[in-house]
Ligand binder design. Structure first.
Ligand code: ADP
Ligand code: MG
Length: 240
């Protein structure tokens, strides 16, 4: 589904991604873990073309998205992103948040877009809020809507950047449950998270990043029970 080769990204003199090599198979759930500042968000943002890498390749289904004529909006539609801070359109209703991309980017008519939106809002438990303003929602409700909005775009892969970090503790479990359900349905996902139990239970592979490099990756069992790198052990030790 995704193959990343020798990916590099700097901000001014700061080398944030140093030759990242990484792949994601269809249906995999990858959890990306690592300390703050290690480059996790930048890696997701490069995959979504919210940042333009300085070098390397990102192949999506074999096609290099950094070369040639790529429609960035189409690309972002198929690579859904769920942010820590929700990023809903505040001046729009829940339903409008879920239809605008479908209408503008996928060129669906309004009626079809609304039907699809209501189905996904139902899936995340937010159908009854369809006509509410998005500012009226709690954080957990906003994140449910953000997930529904991403699903409405027929994503090939969903990227989650610390989706539960801004939530009150009592809201976290519900969002993780929605993500578990998507994983069980075979959605390809890359999840940046500090929820180590989620990483253990749900991911097919855990990738540990530190200072712009992938230090180690493997099955949850191997990374959590038998890490080979000292940096991985040190990082995971903070969660014991
Ligand atoms: P993480 O998500 O692992 O916390 P980030 O990818 O957000 O890490 O950031 C990695 C490093 O890149 C940090 O030092 C951060 O300050 C820096 N950085 C991220 N985005 C920008 C930017 N737009 N401009 C300058 N520096 C940035
Ligand atoms: Mg981050």
């Amino acid at each position: 589904m995704i193959e990343i080769k020798n990916l590099k990204k700097s901000f001014d003199n700061l080398e944030v991604l140093k030759s990242i090599d990484f792949h994601v198979d269809k249906g995999e759930v990858i959890t990306l873990i690592g300390a703050s500042g290690s480059g996790k968000s930048t890696l997701l943002r490069c995959i979504n073309l919210l940042e333009i890498p300085d070098g390397g390749e990102i192949l999506m289904e074999g096609k290099n998205i950094l070369k040639g004529e790529i429609d960035v909006n189409q690309h972002r539609a198929h690579v859904g992103m769920v942010f820590q801070s929700f990023n809903l359109f505040d001046n729009k209703t829940v339903l409008e948040n879920c239809t605008i991309g479908q209408i503008k980017v996928l060129k669906r008519d309004k009626k079809e877009a609304e039907k699809i939106a209501l189905d996904f809002l139902d899936k995340v438990g937010m159908k009854e809020f369809a006509h509410a303003g998005s500012t009226q929602l709690s954080g957990g409700q906003k994140q449910r809507v953000a997930i529904a909005r991403a699903l409405c775009m027929d994503p090939k892969v969903l990227l989650f950047d610390e989706p539960t970090s801004a939530l009150d503790p009592e809201m976290v479990g519900g969002i993780l449950d929605v993500m578990k359900e998507l994983a069980a349905e075979g959605m390809t996902m890359i999840v940046v998270t500090h929820e180590m139990q989620f990483a253990k239970d749900v991911s097919s592979r855990v990738v540990f990043m530190d200072k712009g490099v992938i230090v180690e990756e493997g099955t949850p069992d191997r990374i959590f029970n038998n890490p080979t790198e000292e940096r991985t052990r040190e990082f995971l030790g903070r969660y014991l």
